[in-house]
Design a protein around this ligand. Structure first.
Ligand SMILES: Cc1ncc(COP(=O)(O)O)c(C=O)c1O
Length: 496
């Protein structure tokens, strides 16, 4: 490392937290080098930025560049769509500079990330979790279009300041920290700001430095922060022709690498870092096999604890399936509740679905009695609707539900059907599921879209403590596929 870089890295003193962005350490990953003789692997510790991630750099640069151009006048709010880390960065920088921040995040973003942003005083708006980060981008663009003067929208997917931040700092630092010995750079693609900017800077020093991107190999991956390009809105700043290649990476390989980095290197990094390091190891093995030396640098974008849920929240199985922390209905249970809806059509059916407390699945559907017709017959003024447009669980069923909550197989979901009207959570459903503005039971609700020709799918709603109402968390396909096995989890249909 050059003397300059060493001097900067020592005992830093700052006028503002924003001065602590960048100049992150580079750490050698010796345990990953055991079967790659002659090839060094290094990790750039971006989790050591004050916001805990690589995104502090572009967020800071985008805000500074806008201020310099006069594009962020006093009173304007920074708004963006973010999977979390950029949101934390905006929140921190906004707080330090006294600029208000609003963030649009997919509804299934990790609890911890959302909480961190809110603690900085940021206003969080949740978009449809089914539409992922692209849905958040669309929702954000709509807010800006509706009130253009109110917001400054940095749009990290199209803003040249994003890659410029890395071209100006991260790339230069890597060059200095390796004394110009770096031969390969590997990073995951989210907005692509890191890979594009660092790639440009490194290639400006030496054209033969190889730059490889790592991309999730499946649209429904568990690598938060990274994008599967083929199924995503492609960022305007992404220019794949400038890269030497793109490596598809499975969620499993990246997760395994995270475990290895934790156990063998003492580095507790997030899944996108696991993906990047796994890519670096693949390259290192190729070089070692060919008998070539190399100095590979990869990026640790953030730390694993950013993804830890609240106590008792996410289970490992849940995280493995990369689903939000809500019980998911198995194929067999879905088939059972669809059969119930079909049987009771044109009346609403209702019931509960139980599951083991130690898993994230709901696999045991128990039809209940809808007593709405009886209530309506006895007291039509108090119960103006009959069972064609309303449901009411029998008292015995409610008692069983409440009792189950103290067992190992509690009720996790209350389901009912809507007859010919769609799978939405009506005002009446909201009211029926709450007492004094709190959820009556700690369960999700599922509404089946029952039609004459059978169910047209279902939607799941969960209590949102911030919004104080039930919100959509998942949709289920109209045809369960028993061939996938009774325990299989139903694929998510994109919401229409
Ligand atoms: C955890 C994580 N890893 C990697 C990335 C990718 O970085 P970039 O957006 O520069 O491609 C992001 C971006 O949001 C991220 O949050």
């Amino acid at each position: 490392m050059s003397t300059d870089a060493l001097a900067r890295a020592r005992l830093r003193v700052a006028e503002s937290v924003t001065d602590l962005i960048g100049d992150t350490p580079l750490v050698r990953l010796r345990a990953l080098e055991t079967d790659t003789p002659g090839v060094e692997i290094w990790g750039k510790c971006e989790f050591m930025n004050p916001g805990g991630s690589v995104k502090d750099r572009p967020a800071h640069q985008m805000i500074l560049d806008a201020q310099r151009r006069g594009g962020l006048p006093e009173g304007q709010t920074i708004i963006d769509a973010t999977s979390g880390n950029t949101g934390v960065a905006y929140s921190l920088i906004g707080a330090a500079l006294g600029v208000p921040v609003t963030l649009v995040m997919p509804g299934n973003v990790s609890w911890a990330r959302r909480k961190i942003a809110e603690t900085f005083g940021t206003h969080v708006i949740l978009s449809d979790p089914m539409e992922g980060s692209d849905g958040a981008i669309r929702a954000c663009r709509k807010l800006v279009a509706d009130e253009p003067g109110r917001y400054f929208y940095p749009d990290q997917y199209s803003n040249p300041s994003n890659p410029l931040a890395h071209e100006g700092t991260t790339g230069r630092e890597i060059w200095e920290q390796t004394d110009g010995r770096v031969t390969h750079f590997v990073a995951g693609i989210g907005t692509s700001g890191t890979i594009m900017g660092v790639g440009r800077r490194l290639k400006s020093y030496r054209r033969d430095i190889r730059v490889w991107a790592v991309e999730p190999d499946h649209p429904l991956h568990g690598l938060e922060g990274l994008k599967h390009m083929a199924s995503s809105l492609v960022p305007a700043i992404y220019h794949p022709d400038e890269l030497d290649g793109v490596m598809p990476m499975s969620t499993e390989e990246a997760w395994d690498m995270c475990e290895r980095l934790g156990k063998d290197e003492g580095l507790l990094v997030g899944h996108s870092s696991g993906a990047a390091a796994a890519g670096a190891v693949r390259l290192a093995r190729e070089l070692a096999r060919a008998g070539k030396p190399g100095v590979i640098v990869t990026v640790f974008a953030d730390r694993a604890d950013r993804y830890f849920g609240p106590p008792g929240g996410d289970s490992a199985a849940l995280a493995r399936t990369a689903t939000p922390p809500h019980p998911i209905i198995t194929e067999a249970a879905l088939a059972a509740i669809y059969a119930h809806a079909r049987r009771d059509y044109p009346r609403e059916c209702c019931g509960v679905i139980h599951g083991s407390r130690s898993t994230a699945v709901a696999d045991d559907a128990r039809p209940c009695r809808n007593v709405q017709d009886e209530l309506h017959a006895v007291d039509p003024a108090g119960y103006p609707r009959d069972a064609r447009t309303a449901y009411n669980l029998d008292t015995a069923d409610l008692f069983a539900l409440a009792k189950s909550l103290r067992t190992d197989r509690p009720a996790k979901i209350v389901y009912h059907s809507h007859v010919d009207s769609g799978a939405y959570f009506s005002d009446m459903d909201q009211a029926a599921a709450q007492i004094d503005g709190e959820p009556t039971y700690p369960v999700d609700h599922v509404v089946i879209d029952a039609r004459r020709d059978g169910p047209h799918g279902a939607a799941q709603f969960a209590w949102d403590a911030q919004a104080r109402k039930y919100v959509l968390v998942r949709r289920y396909a109209s045809t369960p596929d028993p061939a996938r096995g009774p325990g299989a989890i139903t694929p998510i249909e994109p919401s229409s």
